[in-house]
Design a protein around this ligand. Structure first.
Ligand SMILES: NC(=O)c1ccc[n+]([C@@H]2O[C@H](COP(=O)([O-])OP(=O)(O)OC[C@H]3O[C@@H](n4cnc5c(N)ncnc54)[C@H](OP(=O)(O)O)[C@@H]3O)[C@@H](O)[C@H]2O)c1
Length: 249
């Protein structure tokens, strides 16, 4: 308890899956949390069951103005930011032969442009000694058919996070990433694929994981808490795989 007492945290994609589990854990640990998502009704729904000091802000990370407004609303309410968790993301598998410009733009705008623009807006309001966290993925370390643009987006984010780590070093801001393997979240239901195809894909993932199963959002949230807390005070620029060993074999 109280590992994040009075820290101000912004979490994008906080109405679901990993973001929601992290919001709950951060609140339990005493943080003041700004939960952001692109659908107000989804934010309202989760807000009903949350306890602690939090606000919700509707913001589509792919829209520059929304990122600006998110940071404005957060700082108006809580003052400067201690923890910025860029977690919102989408994954829609499409083989390379079927990739369209619209598919490319959607994934890259949400997974890459979004976090980078949010950071640009937030940096002046992040306290020295603060923390920036990305939800990345193991997909930039291993090749999974159909995940070309998604994997490229996460690889881009990892490259960007190395630059950011250096750019903010004079302010003592730590920049770290979490690379989940297959995690049981609503993400898979949003892939525009028939459920049997999704289930087959999930089975294939689980079989490749040394621990033989999907992870949970809570298991990823635990890594986010560790990286955001003082317990990780000398950990900077890294990516922690929360993947049951998938990326290591
Ligand atoms: N689940 C996995 O197996 C897995 C593995 C590796 C990495 N990841 C990464 O983990 C992160 C969280 O995903 P998840 O698994 O927790 O899936 P999720 O339950 O679908 O959560 C994703 C969150 O991001 C939000 N989001 C999507 N597009 C957005 C936009 N344009 N603006 C603002 N919010 C947006 C979603 O909102 P809506 O509810 O409106 O869609 C949702 O709140 C993603 O970055 C994903 O790439 C997931």
């Amino acid at each position: 308890m109280n590992k994040l007492k009075d820290k101000v945290a912004i979490i994008t994609g906080a109405n679901s899956g990993i973001g929601l589990a992290t919001a709950k854990l951060f609140l339990k640990e005493g943080a003041k949390v700004v939960l952001s998502g692109r659908r107000q009704e989804a934010l309202d729904e989760v807000a009903e069951n949350l306890e602690g000091d939090f606000i919700t802000v509707k913001a589509d990370v792919a829209i520059a103005e929304d990122n600006k407004r998110l940071i404005q609303k957060a700082t108006e309410h809580y003052g400067n930011i201690d923890i910025l968790f860029l977690n919102a993301g989408i994954a829609k598998p499409i083989p390379t032969t079927d990739i369209t410009e619209a598919h490319f733009d959607e994934i890259i705008n949400i997974n890459v442009k979004g976090p980078i623009l949010a950071i640009k807006e937030a940096l002046p309001s992040i306290n020295d000694g603060g923390t920036i966290l990305f939800t990345n993925s193991v997909v930039h370390q291993k090749g999974f058919d159909g995940l070309g643009v998604y994997s490229a987006s996460k690889g881009a984010l990892r490259a960007y996070s190395r630059v950011l780590t250096s750019e903010v070093k004079s302010r003592g801001i730590r920049v770290n990433s979490i690379a989940p393997g297959p995690i049981e979240t609503p993400l898979y239901g949003k892939m525009d694929l028939p459920m049997d195809v999704v289930q087959e894909m999930g089975k294939g993932f689980a079989e490749q994981v040394p621990l033989g199963r999907f992870g949970t959002s809570e298991e990823v949230a635990n890594a986010a808490l560790f990286l955001a807390s003082d317990e990780a005070s000398y950990i900077n620029g890294i990516e922690i795989e929360v993947d049951g060993g998938l990326s290591q074999i």
